[in-house]
Design a protein around this ligand. Structure first.
Ligand code: RFL
Ligand code: PHB
Length: 394
């Protein structure tokens, strides 16, 4: 098989790239290690920035998102037992975010791909990338006991944090920055109405909690837990009890509980790869960077990487210019570091770090008190949360 772009990884980044390329007539194949159902079974992001919403529209797959997505103009910060609203919309001159699950976004992209009869190879085993330091890269994979080879002009590494593309970059050409946090997030999805119409980010001496949602009838909650905890240690009842203890009295009274549909623990990490281009191979999304989920930035960064990559490839094919691909890493990384900084800071502000003791808790509460009572402070949180425009810095 020969294509212009071989996309490794069929998560949101790979699928969005495939759709954007299709719209401009650049042909691509997606190689995904798992089945489509497995990819859709992973419950992850819930918040889309406006840039991500716009990219779904540009890809021609925004219809259901606009129908079912919930627009949020603010969120609550809870500390010392009281909730305070950050009026994002007012503080940013009218910007909002949208609640629309990563599963739904990926499903929309998969459906569009199927409708256009574009090729996705699911359950592609042992994918390997070759010759991306030349003008004729190749990708090999195994399927049904046979080895196949794809010739291409470019490889897009959209294969997530544990993928093969970053791992195949020459060690002397890559620099990785990493911070691992001493706790994880235990998430529960339940078919219950959300405790509040907007999100609640809670700083509690017992640890962080987040009240999020997927719809008016489906809730997503998270608790900070020690890395040593196992999902099996947490019965639904234990989860709800601990969540109640981390919420304010009003939310505690309102909380509707029910059986969990999904329950999982995710570790928290900050991670950046520099550069994101190795000859004719590009990294995009979680393959190149990870943020702790506190700032809700991971999926949004994946979407903007993909947009920048698509623009660079259009320049290459249409204008016969390599300027875009040469500039790709730098363009992505400036935005990535801004989101990394915010996610790290927000994580530090909201979580319990046992090594910081009681004084650490007091410092956090004082900073939160400052942030919600200072317009400049609240605006800074709001501006970072709604995210940067696409042409930021240009
Ligand atoms: P993905 O989603 O990991 O997809 C990569 C795909 O590549 C496949 N793959 C391979 N395929 C072929 N060959 C190989 N060798 C392969 N190796 C891997 C994998 O099977 C997979 O299908 O990366 P992508 O596309 O870059 O998307 C990134 C997002 O998934 C991620 O950034 C977000 O989920 C992060 N995130 C959030 N982001 C937000 O913007 N807003 C949020 O509210 C938000 N909440 C979250 C989150 C992530 C979380 N977890 C579990 C880490 C909440 C949580 C709890
Ligand atoms: C989610 O709904 O899964 C979610 C929302 C906001 C975050 C992280 C996760 O910051």
């Amino acid at each position: 098989m020969r294509v212009q772009v071989a996309i490794v990884g069929g998560g949101p980044a790979g699928h969005l790239l495939g759709q954007l390329l299709h719209k401009v007539g650049i042909d691509a194949v997606i190689l995904e290690r798992q089945t489509g159902d497995y990819v859709l079974g992973r419950i992850r992001a819930g918040i889309l920035e406006q840039v991500c919403i716009d990219l779904m529209d540009e890809a021609g797959v925004g219809e259901r998102m606009h129908k079912e997505g919930l627009i949020h103009g603010g969120f609550d910060m809870l500390f010392k037992g009281e909730r305070h609203r950050i009026d994002m919309n007012k503080l940013t001159g009218g910007k909002n975010v949208m609640v629309y699950g990563q599963t739904e976004l990926t499903r929309d992209l998969m459906d569009a791909r199927k409708a256009a009869s574009l090729t996705t190879i699911y359950e592609a085993g042992n994918v390997t990338v070759h010759d991306f330091d030349t003008a004729k890269p190749r990708v090999r994979y195994e399927k049904d006991g046979q080895t196949h080879e794809i010739e291409c002009d470019f490889i897009a590494g959209c294969d997530g944090f544990h993928g093969v593309c970053r791992a195949s970059a020459p060690r002397n050409a890559i620099r990785e920055y990493e911070k691992i946090y001493p706790f994880g997030w235990l998430g529960v999805l339940s078919e219950t109405p959300p405790v509040h119409e907007e999100l609640i980010y809670a700083n509690s001496p017992r640890g962080f909690a987040l009240s999020s949602q997927r719809s008016h009838t489906r809730s997503r909650y998270y608790l900070q837990v020690p890395l040593t905890d196992k999902v099996e240690d947490w019965s639904d009842e234990a989860f709800w009890q601990e969540l109640r203890l981390r919420l304010d009295p009003e939310a505690r009274a309102k909380l509707v509980t029910g059986p969990s549909i999904e329950k999982s623990i995710a570790p928290l990490r900050s991670f950046v790869t520099e550069p994101m281009r190795f000859g004719r191979m590009f990294l995009a999304g979680d393959a190149a960077h990870i943020v702790p989920p506190t700032g809700a930035k991971g999926l949004n960064l994946a979407a903007t990487d993909v947009k920048y990559l698509c623009s660079a490839l259009i320049e290459f094919y249409r204008d016969k210019s390599e300027a875009g691909i040469d500039h790709y890493s730098q363009r992505c990384l400036r935005r990535i570091w801004r989101a990394e900084r915010f996610s790290w800071w927000f994580t530090g502000l909201m979580h319990r770090f046992p090594e910081n003791g009681e004084i650490g808790q007091k410092f956090q509460e004082a900073e939160l008190d400052y942030l919600i009572h200072s317009e400049a402070g609240a605006r800074s949180v709001a501006e970072n949360y709604v995210g940067l425009p696409l042409n930021f810095g240009e």
